[in-house]
Design a protein. Structure first.
Length: 190
């Protein structure tokens, strides 16, 4: 399993809205990194001062990984293949493009991507393999998680595993219900 972890936008938003991933976020094993694409998606929807402060703190406290030039070129090629197969509308293509960039960034850094919206990432994984861990979203109107789909890594919706690192943990900023996530400090950004 990779030592680096990237949370997809879906996990962060799902946790901010419901708090349901809090324990798993706090116990995740590995060094947490932030995707520049995830930050851009979050900034796009940040309308409240508390949300903007959360994002500023997220940027300050987490090393940010950006797509490489090769990731950008490959993302266009993957998107063209998906579009040829499925004929997606412009909005869906934009959303898929962001998800492809997130997946390729994770792959470039040998990071594990944790998402709670598996459909698009499973589609991407059919064209390019990467480490994907799926955390279930709640089904609307229930307190039960949505059914799990295979994610290609065999992890699915497994219970959280014990952290392998013993270094001091630094909390992420909190917002409302909070995302009191912890990271293991690191000065080196692989």
């Amino acid at each position: 399993m990779s030592d680096l972890v990237i949370f997809d936008t879906s996990v962060l938003i799902d946790n901010l809205r419901t708090g349901r991933h809090q324990q798993r976020i706090e116990s995740v094993s590995g060094l947490i990194r932030t995707s520049a694409v995830v930050l851009a998606e979050l900034w796009r929807g940040a309308t409240k001062p508390a949300e903007r402060e959360f994002l500023r703190a997220l940027q300050r406290n987490h090393p940010i990984l950006t797509p490489t030039a090769g990731d950008w070129l490959e993302s266009g090629q993957i998107l063209a293949k998906i579009n040829a197969d499925r004929r997606c509308g412009p909005e869906k293509l934009r959303d898929l493009h962001f998800d492809i960039l997130i997946a390729l960034t994770a792959r470039s850094h040998s990071a594990r991507l944790i998402a709670s919206n598996p459909a698009d990432f499973e589609l991407i994984a059919a064209h390019k393999k990467f480490q994907l861990e799926v955390w279930q979203q709640l089904m609307r109107g229930t307190s039960d998680p949505a059914p799990s789909k295979a994610d290609g890594t065999g992890r699915g919706d497994l219970p959280p595993h014990e952290p392998e690192h013993t270094e001091a943990r630094v909390p992420l900023p909190s917002m409302g219900r909070g995302l009191a996530c912890h990271i293991i400090p690191s000065n080196d950004v692989p």
